[in-house]
Design a protein around this ligand. Structure first.
Ligand code: ZN
Length: 230
């Protein structure tokens, strides 16, 4: 959208913000244990911050109408286009979720939703328990999908810690899966080195190369009590 101009960088007659409807409010609710910061540069107001929340203690952000400015004529002030609070709330959630691993925006996603109108934690816990429960279920599904993905990538990469994303670690932490091998602190000690036989990167903690199946570390191999395959 090339004709979208931020009014504060324009040298043109300035568009004054028209008064917005004070009743146009929506409430974004988060039970995601991460802080969210969305900055939409063409909108005013355009900066939205939601602190980390939880099912027991959700965080809320009440948003109102924002505006963007359209360039219609070089000699005219920019045209103000209002965006309703519902669209703002929806786009805060969509933009945050956009591109997240294992998030499908329906059954498997971070615990974020919005309610039209102005609400606080108490009224949400009292009147919208069903929405909170739904968000908790969806977030749990998302965590589980992330864990599955983490397990698959971990296995496929022969234990390379780089394949485990921050979201996966968060999911394992939230589901209290401390026994996950990729959640152990020492996974960072494992080093990826070149296999002397075939040259692919292999995890130095394991005696066999996952690519060419050569026993690279004979001592470690025998220590495990394993037998050579015939
Ligand atoms: Zn090899």
């Amino acid at each position: 959208m090339s004709n979208v101009v931020a009014p504060w960088v324009s040298h043109r007659p300035r568009a004054t913000r028209t008064p917005t409807n004070p009743l146009d409010k929506s409430t974004v609710v988060s039970i995601l244990p991460c802080r969210i910061e969305e900055w939409k540069r063409t909108l005013q107001p355009g900066r939205f911050i939601l602190e980390a929340g939880s099912y027991e203690k959700p965080t809320v952000l009440v948003v109102g109408t924002s505006s963007w400015y359209k360039d219609i004529d070089p000699d005219q002030p920019l045209l103000e286009i209002p965006v309703s609070s519902i669209q703002i709330a929806d786009s805060i959630i969509r933009d945050y979720c956009n591109g997240l691993l294992a998030c499908d925006m329906s059954g498997s996603m971070p615990g974020l939703f919005f309610i039209p109108g102005e609400h606080n934690i108490v009224s949400i816990q009292r009147d919208h328990k069903n929405l909170l429960n739904k968000a908790r279920d969806k977030q749990k599904n998302w965590y589980q999908a992330l864990i599955k993905l983490g397990d698959a990538l971990w296995a496929r990469s022969n234990g390379n810690p780089l394949v485990i994303s921050e979201d996966m670690k968060l999911a394992a932490h939230e589901l209290q899966l401390k026994e996950k091998s990729w959640m152990k602190d020492n996974i960072y000690i494992s080093e990826m080195i070149n296999c002397p036989a075939c040259g692919t990167m292999r995890n130095s903690n394991f005696p066999i190369c996952h690519n060419c199946k050569v026993v690279v570390d004979k001592t470690a191999f025998e220590k495990l009590g394993l037998k050579y395959a015939v």
